[in-house]
Design a protein around this ligand. Structure first.
Ligand SMILES: [Zn+2]
Length: 372
């Protein structure tokens, strides 16, 4: 069986507008390229085709997520609000006035297809049509809350897929592992008091305005220990991530014994990202993908779905994405990391004493809060 592959051209048609970077529009803000440029995912999809890897994948068609699927994690009022934003001639915002999650005219269907793409990938894995799957979707999803969008996210794509797995396929326990550089706050909130879904987020400590994602957030009263946060200091690289994953994440996922693993794979912890401040390279994403594939093989017959989240370097994200898809497929195109000579030789890829102290503290806090 091969690896499932979700991609649609119209994912890149989702319109983030012309605010430069992440700066909201204003009198003294010259319009420019939004941080989430369509080119980033287009180039990733293009590299996967040009490398020949796409020929060895199984295309999985995305269908729009239904109201029923979306309303398992979102409120009816939010869906109505989006229908209103969708009809505005120049579009609006999914985040109800924060002006940070642009929503283009007519984009509701694309957002539904993004969530639906992760659902389709998950169903293909659960049906046994493919061994695992990668969904290169847009807009992203892990910040979306039940009643509003946030941080460029409209629907909580991975959470919608987790619920589809549970409600439509009878899956009991799902683990969501999120290595986007931002805290996966939406997924955490949706499953906060649900002991059947383990949410794991490795992220840069308090990046942007996010005040969530502290290690002491371990889940609601009915789900203590089913929420795991690994906030790492800015500047963390290869060894800090490997140490944190091996010591903190892997044993807790193993102990949870999920029947399905979903990954929220952002690439904004990469060395070249204009948003995050971490140092990961192509080899590190390959390593992370290998780790979750091994975990999935060990605990849930390899049932693994990786969904694309953030990542804002149009030049570098494609190589990181290629490495993850190659790992899922057990293939090697030989392309590797064309910028490896910059990334891998950086001396801060080693574990610094400060990072080691942070990881020690995270482990100690978790051991005290919840027995592993
Ligand atoms: Zn992010």
């Amino acid at each position: 069986m091969s690896t499932g592959w979700v991609w649609r051209d119209d994912y890149s048609w989702y319109d983030m507008g012309h605010s430069p970077g992440l700066i909201p529009p204003g009198r003294y803000v010259e319009p420019g390229d939004h941080l989430d440029q369509p080119a980033t995912r287009q180039r990733a999809a293009s590299l996967i085709r040009v490398s020949g890897l796409a020929d060895r994948l199984t295309p999985v068609p995305a269908t729009a997520a239904t109201d029923e699927q979306l309303l398992r994690v979102h409120t009816p009022d939010y869906l109505d609000f989006l229908i209103g934003q969708d009809a505005l001639p120049k579009g609006g915002y999914a985040d109800r006035g924060l002006w940070r999650s642009p929503f283009g005219h007519g984009n509701l269907e694309i957002a539904r297809l993004s969530a639906g793409g992760v659902v389709a990938a998950t169903k293909a894995v659960l049906d046994g049509a493919v061994s695992n799957a990668y969904a290169l979707v847009r807009p992203p999803g892990h910040h979306a809350l039940p009643d509003r969008g946030m941080g460029l996210c409209v629907f909580a794509n991975v959470a919608v897929a987790a619920e589809a797995a549970r409600q439509e396929h009878g899956v009991g326990r799902v683990a969501v592992i999120d290595w986007d550089v931002h805290h996966g706050n939406g997924t955490q909130e949706i499953f906060w008091d649900d002991p059947h879904v383990l949410t794991v987020s490795m992220h840069q400590d308090r990046l942007l305005q996010l005040s969530t994602g502290d290690v002491e957030e371990v889940g609601g009263p009915d789900a203590l220990g089913a929420c795991l946060n690994v906030p790492l200091p800015p500047g963390s690289g290869s060894q800090a991530y490997r140490e944190a994953f091996t010591r903190i994440v892997a044993p807790r996922v193993r102990a949870f014994a999920p029947e399905l693993i979903l990954v929220a794979s952002g690439y904004d912890a990469s060395f070249f990202d204009p948003n995050g401040h971490m140092l990961l390279g192509v080899g590190d994403y390959r390593w992370l993908a290998g780790q979750v594939a091994e975990l999935a093989a060990e605990v849930c017959q390899g049932r693994l779905v990786v969904a694309h989240e953030g990542g804002y370097s149009p030049s570098y994200v494609p190589y990181c994405t290629l490495a993850v898809v190659e790992t899922l497929a057990g293939e090697d195109t030989g392309i590797g990391d064309p910028a490896g000579f910059i990334v891998e030789t950086n001396p801060f890829q080693d574990l610094t004493p400060e990072q080691a102290r942070v990881i020690d503290r995270l482990e100690a806090v978790l051991d005290e809060a919840v027995a592993p």
